[in-house]
Design a protein around this ligand. Structure first.
Ligand SMILES: [Cu+2]
Length: 206
């Protein structure tokens, strides 16, 4: 037996000793199969608690675009001056306002699809701003009787909706905020003073 063979045998013997029963097929070949038999089953990995569902984070609000200023329709009868409009006849009780009382009635102009509210500047009388129907650029056929509503429309309602009304406005009171809606020529009047005082106007939305 040559030296290298002796070393191999010695190694095999050592392996056999070291691995004892694990190695049964000798050293000649295939012995490793027993060394690499089915390995230990992996430890059962500890159960992982389900990660909590992330709470729904509020979607980011869109970048703040400047909110349009709420237009104000001034409503008043006490000391109010009529507007003898060449197109729409005698108008009374309504006008555009920047927030201050305005006793000069006029056609009301609003920008389409923007917030609008009715502000009763009358220190004495209750009023409404109620939609009565469409007019046109050339005139208006105001009904002979009040055909609108005094029931308050919900906030955000479009003012040219059938039966739209600001609801009853108390002296110095304000309405909810509504929406001017689509372009058009609209007849408005007051539930309380439409017939008795001719309290009415045209709101032009453009
Ligand atoms: Cu009125």
């Amino acid at each position: 037996m040559r030296k290298s063979e002796i070393i191999t045998v010695a190694r095999c013997a050592g392996l056999a000793l070291a691995l004892a029963a694990a190695v049964t097929a000798g050293c000649g070949g295939g012995g490793y199969t027993t060394l690499y038999g089915p390995g230990p089953r992996p430890h059962t990995s500890p159960s992982i608690a389900p990660s909590p569902t992330p709470s729904t984070s509020p979607s980011p609000s869109p970048s703040t675009s400047p909110s349009p200023t709420t237009a104000i329709v001034a409503v008043n009868l006490t000391g109010e001056l009529p507007d003898n409009d060449p197109t729409y006849g005698t108008l009374l009780g309504y006008s555009n306002s920047t927030g201050s009382p305005n006793n000069q009635s006029s056609v009301v102009h609003l920008t389409m699809a923007t917030p609008v509210m009715f502000d009763d500047f009358d220190g004495v009388n209750v009023h409404t701003g109620s939609f009565l129907g469409d007019a046109s650029a050339n005139g208006a056929n105001f009904p002979t009787t009040f055909t609108g509503s005094f029931n308050q429309s919900p906030a955000g309602a479009i003012i040219s909706t059938t039966n739209f009304s600001s609801g009853i406005l108390n002296p110095n009171g304000v309405s909810l905020v509504y929406n001017s809606g689509p372009p058009g020529f609209y007849m408005f009047g007051c539930y309380f003073h439409y017939v008795s005082n001719g309290m009415r106007t045209i709101i032009i939305v453009q």
